[in-house]
Structure formats: structure tokens, C-alpha cells
Write a protein that binds this ligand. Structure first.
Ligand code: HEC
Length: 131
């Protein structure tokens, strides 16, 4: 699915989700699918989504709820390895929005995903990645 097609279907779904009777579980599974598409476009070239594939950045398997800078064997920047934070959904939103502002000194290049709906979709997908 192309990005513009994706956003068109997401806009329809966002409308539907407010419709009485629209199944919440179906909406959640579509969010996860959309999140995977966005993850593939924005994150996957640097991040594995399982703990065995090698990747340039740390694997994001089990990232929701994980302490920052703790993926076994990854050579983190000093900033990230010393950061006293846990990757809650709120922290992940702040990171996607402006990682270099959120954590000066990180070696992840800047991303600026400010659309809350896009953040929601990526978060839904990240939450499915078990450690
Ligand atoms: C150009 C490569 C690149 C892209 C694209 C990228 N990242 Fe990263 N990411 C990194 C690197 C490198 C690090 C390690 C940074 C450090 O050590 O300071 C990192 C670190 C992280 C961390 C901290 C992980 C931990 O173990 O504490 C999270 C969370 C993260 N990235 C999420 C994302 C998400 C979500 C996306 C897509 C929206 C994304 N990244 C896109 C390279 C990238």
C-alpha cells in the first residue's frame, strides 16, 4: 500500500472509530497493520523488530516498558546508555516527535513525527513486539 492510500484509508477509519457499533478490536488490528507499514517506512532500515536480526540501531523488540539503553550487546551513545528513562508510550511519543531535542547527544538522526495519529499507529505496532 502506498503512503497516500494508507493515509486515505486511515482517515476513513479514524472517522469510523467514532461510529457507534464499530468494533474496537477490528480498529485495533487495523492500527497495528498501519503501524507496521509506517514502521517499515520510517524505522525498519535501522531497527530490527525481533531480537535476533542484526541492525544498525538497537532492536526494538520489547521496547514498550523497557529501560532506555539496555538492549544486550548494543553500543549505545553515552547519552542513551545513561538516560534514566523507561520507554513508556509517552516517552516514545516524545522521542518520535523530536528525539534529538528530547535527548541531546543521541546518535539516532533526527526524526520529527509530530502527527499524534501516526504516533498512535507506530505505538500500536511496537506494543506487539515481544522480547
Ligand atoms: C537512520 C537510522 C535510524 C532510524 C531511521 C530510526 N532510528 Fe531509532 N535509533 C537509531 C540509533 C543509531 C539508535 C541508538 C542511539 C544512541 O545510542 O544514542 C536509536 C535508538 C532508538 C531508541 C532507543 C532504544 C533503546 O534501546 O533505548 C528508540 C526507542 C528508537 N530508536 C525508536 C525509533 C523509531 C520508533 C523510529 C522510526 C519512527 C526510529 N527509531 C528510526 C537509528 C535510527
Amino acid at each position: 500500500m502506498g503512503r497516500s492510500q494508507l493515509f486515505a484509508s486511515l482517515a476513513i477509519l479514524a472517522g469510523l472509530s467514532g461510529t457507534p457499533g464499530f468494533a474496537g478490536a477490528a480498529y485495533e488490528s487495523v492500527k497495528i497493520e498501519a503501524g507496521k507499514t509506517l514502521f517499515d517506512a520510517e524505522c525498519h532500515r535501522c531497527h530490527a523488530d525481533n531480537s535476533s536480526d542484526p541492525s544498525y540501531g538497537p532492536s526494538l523488540s520489547g521496547i514498550v516498558g523497557r529501560a532506555a539503553g539496555t538492549h544486550e550487546g548494543y553500543d549505545y551513545s553515552e547519552a542513551l546508555s545513561n538516560a534514566p528513562i523507561v520507554w513508556t508510550p509517552a516517552a516514545l511519543r516524545a522521542w518520535m516527535e523530536d528525539n534529538t531535542g528530547f535527548m541531546p547527544g543521541t546518535k539516532m538522526r533526527h526524526v520529527g513525527i509530530t502527527d499524534r495519529t501516526v504516533q498512535d499507529f507506530i505505538l500500536s505496532y511496537l506494543a506487539t513486539l515481544a522480547e
